[in-house]
Write a protein that binds this ligand. Structure first.
Ligand SMILES: [Zn+2]
Length: 462
């Protein structure tokens, strides 16, 4: 069993020590920013959540007219919140609420108590703007310090920022949080890749913060410049700003000789840092449960789904002063498990978000996601990642056809071979989707490639 000493793990000049310890199952020696809180018993976490929820609802009712009106309309009073489940009595909030009240309609504090503002640029309509008090900034930094620590970042690490600063929450959020952890910040900002590599070399940078796509770009430019990533001081990548598919992360890790984690968050409830990936279970992210109450609901009905099942993530920040938000509908789909993680943390883990509710198809009453089809196809040899789902109801019943593109080596002239292959794919899909689908095999290159965002679904239902 390979092991690392605590000295090695807490020495930013040693590469790979945290990952080695994690691989050996030796989690006790890994850093944890707030060990007492992050390993609290479930009972204690729930007690903290309830106490904060009661206070947060009363605060929101008192200070935000929009919520007061909503709650009055629904006939619910702050004193009706007596258990965590009572959160369901409260109104949902969505992005529109923040847009309609732009810019300050949901602020619960006068502007002179707001120390920083951020916004997210909507693709349509007005942006949404959020304000943070000193307290909010402290909570935010705490959440970021935790997720950096989960990745093995320690005080003394030299952290180079490749996110842009500005209204976007990623740059400043990660900056303050890593500073709180005790790191040295190198605020390089976005762009100028060659300069980034030069700075890594000159300053002995040990951690890079970037989107995964940009990290891969830095990696490639470095390789072209003849920079030896294996010998580089760089050891950790903290990713965000976009989803990070596992294959992309694995490629960056092996080519740059670093360990990379990503985190989840959204501007409407705080910014990055709502949850973060630990080194034990890399498909999951620990939610900062002392600051956020999560619910998983059926996106169609808003009702809770059974524990551990997939649904829409709904978040209520529990101690937010600037903009308190109740039951924010993220439109992101995930599932949450509450068993203790082997890293020692007891805070619930959410599966990394792969799809949004807007992608969901309802086929004869069953919820189906394109990402499920993608996962099944990824596990079948001989098919390409290109596919197209067509849904129609010409016969009066929903019918889903999955067009699957074959690789040249899987293509055959024999009808029997092809038909057996088709049936095998159909059965695998049915096993996962729990609804029968028709499979159509398409010759290599037969599925149209798009220049922009690929459209995987054509819904022809009337
Ligand atoms: Zn963990």
């Amino acid at each position: 069993m390979v092991n690392s000493t605590a000295e090695e793990i807490f020495d930013p000049s040693v590469k790979g020590a945290a990952l080695k310890a994690a691989a050996a199952g030796n989690f006790d020696v890994l850093p944890m920013f707030d060990r007492a809180m992050e390993t609290s018993s479930r009972e204690r976490i729930r007690a903290i959540q309830l106490e904060k929820l009661i206070a947060q609802v009363a605060y929101t009712y008192e200070n935000v007219a929009w919520y007061r009106d909503k709650m009055n309309e629904m006939g619910v009073r702050p004193e009706d919140i007596k258990t965590l489940e009572d959160v369901r009595k409260l109104p949902f909030t969505d992005k529109n609420a923040l847009r309609e009240t732009f810019p300050y309609g949901l602020f619960a504090q006068p502007l002179d108590k707001i120390v920083e503002m951020h916004s997210s640029s909507g693709t349509t309509g007005k942006p949404i703007v959020v304000g943070y008090t000193k307290h909010d900034m402290a909570v935010w930094s705490d959440c970021i310090a935790r997720l950096a620590s989960m990745a093995g970042v320690v005080p003394g690490d030299r952290v180079q920022m490749a996110f842009g600063y500005g209204m976007f929450t990623g740059g400043f959020g990660l900056h303050y949080g890593c500073m709180k952890l005790g790191c040295t910040m190198i605020p390089a900002g976005s762009g100028n890749t060659e300069r980034h590599i030069q700075m890594i070399e000159d300053y002995g940078t040990t951690v890079i913060i970037a989107t995964p796509t940009y990290a891969l770009h830095i990696c490639e430019v470095g390789e072209k410049m003849g920079y030896d990533w294996a010998k580089s001081t760089l050891r950790v990548g903290l990713f965000g700003g976009e989803p990070c598919p596992p294959a992309l992360k694995a490629e960056i890790e092996s080519r740059m000789h670093i360990v990379c984690t990503d985190n989840y968050g959204l501007t409407e409830v705080m910014g990055p840092g709502v949850s973060g990936e630990c080194l034990a279970e890399r498909d999951m992210q620990h939610i900062a449960e002392d600051h956020f109450l999560w619910e998983i609901v059926d996106p169609a009905t808003g009702e809770p789904v059974p524990e551990g099942e997939m649904g829409e993530l709904v978040l209520t920040p529990l101690d937010k002063e600037g903009i308190p938000v109740l039951r924010y509908r993220t439109h992101d789909l995930t599932r949450v498990v509450t068993e203790k993680c082997s890293c020692g943390r007891t805070h619930a883990r959410m599966q990394k978000v792969r799809s949004r509710c807007d992608d969901m198809l309802i086929i004869r009453g069953t919820n189906v996601f394109p990402s499920q089809v993608e996962d099944v196809l990824a596990g079948i040899e001989g098919v390409t990642p290109h596919y197209l789902i067509v849904v129609d109801n010409e016969t009066g019943l929903d019918r889903m056809t999955v067009n699957v593109e074959l690789k040249p080596e899987a293509f055959s002239d024999s009808f029997e071979v092809m038909d057996n292959f088709r049936q095998m794919v159909a059965e695998k899909l049915k096993g996962t989707l729990l609804v029968g689908v028709k499979v159509k095999l398409v010759e290599p290159g037969g599925i149209e490639r798009s220049v922009g965002k690929t459209k995987h679904v054509r819904d022809l239902r009337k």
